[in-house]
Design a binder for this molecule. Structure first.
Ligand code: GLU
Length: 476
């Protein structure tokens, strides 16, 4: 196989910071990143914040956080589109000078009236500006927009690497606005100028931008600039085949992160969404990069399957090394605003992972299951446990504490000690186990008690048993 890059590939992810980073956006970023990495090229990040009224710093932060979480590192400095407005205007002027663009003085109201009339008469509503072929002798004081002079006839064709050949009849295309009457530049012009100035070779984005491709192509041609290749990837749909939206549950990447999804599962899942890299859903991202081909992306929308995503996550957790899990879990705790683990907690966690792993599918569940080692000062007894703490159960716990103080700290011996105590007190093993559980973790659901006892060690266990007895003394 020839893996040699054919040219200096530059891709970009160009989100508008107007909302959270959704799964579709994350996948677009990922495909751009994969394609750049495969071709030893560059992956750029451009924040399209030209619409200052809609741009929001929180959304921008969510983009950075999401990309960092997925480890989609970008090359070079981040480009802020708004900062480049002078350059955009310079190109608009150039297009005017070359007569590929013109000033249109028609007001919004005039255009609306024209369209309404055309609609009533059943005629085409395509607005042909009266200023296309005539300019006022002396510049009127009226406001104007700058429009691209789209060819009246002929066709605009792009060869999209995902969608194939797409052809537009120019007569159906409007003279698109490049500069608004308030002097701000429109998205289509800004994108072309930015992509050109940063040497973008391949535009990979959602197919909701397909019609923009025709407009952008015409701007490239007017400027006599090389047109990058286009790859418009189908959007992600929900299980019901409709565009992914809040109806299908969470669509924001941060939601999955907060739910304890591991980044490597999300990236694996997204990297396989829309094409088929093979039957192994645990395929490494490096391997997916090698197999990645834009032409292999299917034209129909991918269906988001949260069950598969969760499945990949639990399989990866099961297969991951203790070190990897601890490192990632620490990141999760920090992100969740909890705190990072102390060194001794990490050691205990490492010892506990063999019995914790089968009980968890994500980091949220790990947090719940590992709470016995994290709670520290936050130890709290759940309400449903309180009524189980009676004088009798506490004296049982005290007796167990005495006995455990004098045994070898080994699984079999601890187990036998509990069994014997239960037998002598003529109660079931599980009743003693229940008290032990309450003393260790303050709730009725937890990993096996002996597992936790061995992981925490005798001094800590005896300490927690004593604490419970003391606490109850305080209460009564
Ligand atoms: N800013 C556009 C968006 O967020 C993307 C533009 C592009 O990729 O060309 O949808």
């Amino acid at each position: 196989m020839n893996n040699k890059p054919d040219r200096n590939v530059v891709t970009r992810f160009a989100p508008s910071p107007t909302g959270y980073l959704h799964l579709g956006g994350a996948r677009t970023a990922l495909f751009n990143w994969m394609y750049a990495r495969k071709n030893s090229g560059k992956f750029l990040l451009r924040i399209e914040n030209t619409d200052q009224t809609r741009s929001n710093p929180k959304a921008e932060l969510a983009i950075f956080k999401g990309l960092k979480w997925l480890r989609l590192t970008w090359d070079d400095d981040i480009i802020y589109q708004f900062d480049r407005k002078e350059r955009h205007l310079e190109i608009a002027k150039l297009l005017l000078q070359k007569n590929f663009a013109y000033k249109c003085y028609s007001t919004k109201n005039e255009i609306t009236v024209f369209k309404e009339k055309a609609l009533k008469l059943g005629k085409s509503t395509k607005f042909i500006s009266p200023w296309r072929n005539q300019q006022p002798a002396c510049s009127p004081s009226k406001e104007y927009v700058v429009r691209l002079r789209v060819p009246e006839s002929g066709k605009t064709t792009i060869i999209d690497r995902v969608q194939g050949e797409i052809v537009w009849n120019n007569e159906n295309l409007d003279d698109l606005i490049l500069v608004r009457s308030d002097g701000t530049v429109t998205y289509n012009l800004a994108v072309v100028v930015d992509d050109f100035d940063t040497n973008v070779t391949d535009i990979i984005r959602g197919d909701d931008h397909l019609t923009n491709a025709a407009k952008q192509y015409l701007i490239y041609k007017a400027l006599d600039w090389d047109v990058p290749t286009f790859s418009h990837i189908p959007l992600i749909h929900g299980f019901d085949g409709k565009k992914l939206s809040k109806r299908h549950g969470a669509v924001g990447l941060d939601h999955y992160q907060k739910q304890g999804m591991i980044a490597s599962a999300m990236i694996r899942y997204l990297s396989q969404l829309g094409w088929h890299p093979g039957s192994n859903d645990l395929i490494s991202i490096e391997e997916s990069i090698q197999n990645f081909k834009l032409e292999k992306i299917v034209k129909s929308p991918a269906r988001f399957d949260p069950i598969k995503l969760n499945d990949i996550c639990s399989k990866l957790i099961r297969n991951a090394s203790n070190d990897t899990i601890i490192k990632e879990f620490d990141v999760f705790l920090k992100m969740a605003g909890i705190r990072t683990l102390t060194k001794s907690e990490k050691t205990i966690l490492s010892k506990s992972l063999p019995f914790l792993k089968p009980r968890i599918k994500n980091f949220n569940e790990l947090y719940v299951q590992a709470s016995f080692l994290i709670i520290g000062k936050l130890f709290k007894i759940n309400a449903d446990c309180l009524e189980l703490i009676t004088k009798t159960s506490l004296s049982l716990l005290r007796e167990l504490t005495n006995r455990l103080n004098n045994v070898i700290w080994e699984r079999e011996i601890i187990n036998e000690t509990i069994k014997l105590l239960a037998k002598e007190y003529q109660i079931a093993y599980k009743e003693v186990a229940q008290m032990v559980r309450i003393a260790i973790v303050g709730k009725l659901n937890s990993p096996g008690i002996v597992d936790m006892m061995l992981a925490l060690g005798r001094p800590e266990i005896i300490n927690r048993f004593n604490n419970l007895c003391d606490k109850k003394n305080d209460l009564s």
